[in-house]
Design a protein around this ligand. Structure first.
Ligand code: NAD
Ligand code: 6OH
Length: 482
């Protein structure tokens, strides 16, 4: 039994939910209880939204941009000052490998406050447009940005701190207040953020965290709350649809970063070793639980057998953590069974790995590669969100483009080729939000991030985050004619 108790963070204070309900978070490495979490009631969500509103009308709303951005830099430093607590919390909730969390996820999570502080400083924009009037005078239109208001941020479990700070940093950088609901599977690092906010002196109520589930729980209460001005959601497409319906009531803005079934196209003229290394990461890193990860690979026929053999070797050499939980493990394994029922050839994996005695209660799955399925197979069309991919040969580049684009999703893609012209031609014709050429997951936070089709609506990153988190306002002054 874990003695870690996770509370809501409302108006600068950690509090138990008024309904007195708690739920467990399970460590997926071994099935042990990672923490016990309070579940927010409607009354708790009401209070969180109300305190966010009051904060907007107080000191936070009056604060200069410089003072606000200094606070953001302070939050980044504050996370790093508690780095070990964040590492322990993240590993306990997710079972991820230590190095990945310590060297990538926590520093990157912290750094997003610094990056958005800098972006907000650099693009602080306001402009004057002069309009000639019939009487010979002019009007001055002063256009400037105001915070959108109270932002509800709903996060998934795959990169808990990174996702929470990816939502919180821009919301705060552009002067909003917010209520964050982390995934019920991974609430611990978001909960720690409250402590950091208090330490750096963020005014009370600017940043709130409520815990719980989706429908009929904290997530559902939050997105339906009339005091919320905009909803920033990352998660499954089906949840995105429900949230979009909620956001229609009261005509609130919504940003949806949803699922994917991302293709990777590999040409015979690629740098083979670089491609294998990059593609192995894109399929199996984080146990395949990355929205930008690859689940469909299209390989030029002439190198198909060599490619399949090399990716199999790379997959078998990789050390990955468990899936996020037993429910998700079950979902992944059901797709592993489906692949076989649909007639796939299992190149490697397809089940649960053998683990040490102490980890048998965990949510482990094997990195898995299939070949031989038709493009119409469910496995080739549905997002598994696990460490797996299907490899399909192609002969002509047009064929590869048609297969890659034959998806209702459109988040990310990769093209691997030594012919830059060809790679760009293909990258341009893929219906996705981001396409990497000869690489994967190079993420400049100033660039647009988001998908097309069932992968979502809206873009995050850089000025796109500013557009979502602000309202552009015009004050038009009719100048006295001289
Ligand atoms: P999920 O949709 O099940 O849950 C996400 C969050 O939404 C959780 O906090 C959950 O409690 C909450 N939620 C669920 N139902 C809700 C409702 N009706 N109202 C309000 N909140 C609700 O997603 P998940 O399983 O946590 O994450 C995995 C999914 O997220 C995958 O589909 C993956 O592709 C996607 N994802 C997308 C991106 C991206 O940027 N496009 C990034 C990461 C993950
Ligand atoms: C989605 O699952 C992953 C998004 C990752 C990032 O945005 C990042 O920059 O790490």
């Amino acid at each position: 039994m874990s003695n870690r108790k996770i509370l809501n963070f409302i108006n600068g204070e950690y509090t138990e939910g008024t309904a007195g309900k708690f739920f467990d978070v399970i460590n997926p490495a071994d099935g042990s209880i990672s923490a016990v979490v309070t579940e927010a009631s409607t009354a708790d969500v009401d209070r969180a939204v109300a305190s966010a509103r009051i904060a907007l009308d107080g000191e936070w709303g009056q604060m200069s941009l410089t003072a606000r951005l200094d606070l953001l830099d302070g939050i980044a430093d504050g996370i790093m000052a508690h780095k070990q607590d964040f590492i322990d919390a993240e590993i306990s909730d997710t079972g991820k490998p230590y190095g990945q969390v310590a060297h990538m996820e926590i520093p990157r999570g912290a750094d997003q406050f610094r990056v958005f502080s800098k972006i907000a400083a650099d693009v602080a924009e306001s402009e004057i447009i002069e309009t000639p009037l019939p009487d010979g005078g002019v009007a001055h239109n002063r256009e400037f940005r105001k915070p959108k208001g109270v932002i509800a941020a709903i996060c998934p479990w795959n990169l808990p701190l990174i996702m929470a700070t990816w939502k919180a940093a821009p919301a705060l950088a552009w002067g909003n207040s917010m209520v964050l609901k982390p995934s019920e599977e991974t609430p611990s690092t978001a909960a720690l953020l409250g402590m950091v906010m208090n330490e750096v002196g963020l005014p009370k109520g600017v940043f709130n965290v409520v815990h719980g589930f989706g429908e009929n729980s904290a997530g559902g209460f939050l997105v339906a709350h009339p005091g919320v001005d905009a909803i920033n959601f990352t998660g499954e497409t089906r949840t995105g649809e429900a949230i979009m319906k909620s956001s229609a009531v009261g005509v609130r803005d919504v940003s949806l970063e949803l699922g994917g079934k991302n293709p990777s196209i590999v040409f015979a003229d690629c740098n083979f070793e670089t491609a294998i290394e990059g593609i192995a990461k894109s399929c199996f890193f984080n146990c395949g639980q990355i929205c930008l990860g690859t689940e469909r690979i299209y390989v030029e026929q002439s190198i198909f057998d060599k490619f399949v053999a090399a990716l199999k070797q790379a997959a078998e050499a990789m050390t990955i953590g468990p899936a996020v939980g037993l429910t998700h493990q079950k979902k992944i394994l059901s797709y592993y069974r489906l692949a076989e029922q649909e007639g796939a050839t299992v190149v490697t994996g397809g089940g649960i790995p053998i683990v040490d005695e102490e980890f048998v209660g965990g949510a482990w799955v094997q990195p898995t590669i299939w070949t031989g399925l038709p493009e119409s197979a469910r496995l080739v069309n549905e997002e598994v969100f696990g460490p797996c991919c299907h490899i399909q040969p192609f002969v002509r580049e047009e064929e590869a483009i048609i297969m890659a684009n034959d998806s209702s999703y459109g988040l990310a893609a990769c093209v691997w080729s030594g012919d830059e012209g060809k790679a760009h031609r293909i990258a341009e014709s893929l219906n996705v939000g981001v396409c990497w050429v000869n690489g994967w997951m190079v993420r400049d936070l100033r660039t647009a991030f988001g998908g097309v089709g069932m992968s979502g609506i809206g873009r995050e990153g850089g000025i796109h985050s500013m557009e979502f988190h602000t309202e552009l306002k015009n004050i038009c002054t009719i100048m006295p004619s001289v």
